[in-house]
Design a protein around this ligand. Sequence first.
Ligand SMILES: [Cu+2]
Length: 136
Amino acid sequence: MKRISMFMAVLLSLALSACGGAGGPSTTIDVTMTDFQFQPSQFTVPAGQQISFTSSNNGAVVHNFVIMKLGTSAGPMFDEEDVPNVYWEVELVPGASVETSFTAPGEPGEYEVVCRTEGHIASGMIGKLTVVPAED
Ligand SMILES: [Cu+2]
């Protein structure tokens, strides 16, 4: 029984990542933070649109979802000089959940997503926000 539910969980996560990945743009981001990953870690949103952001921190330490400005990167470690390059961010203490929103950048392109807690980029907390032209 245990083995079967494990198998179902794997299938489900595969199905979820298939939906969240290379599909069309979405005005919703739902991301789970763990020690030390964003799940999922790739997001595609339409430029300039209001994005509903839902997240929970299932880890044991503080995590952040930080969108860097276009053309900037926090590099292997987020430090003081990266602060002016932050486009938008939210911080979650362990066990916390948040429902908020932000306006997607107006310029299409690939934006780096990181967790700014010390050492977390190196541990794998990095993702990508792809902004595509809005169609209306
Ligand atoms: Cu983190």
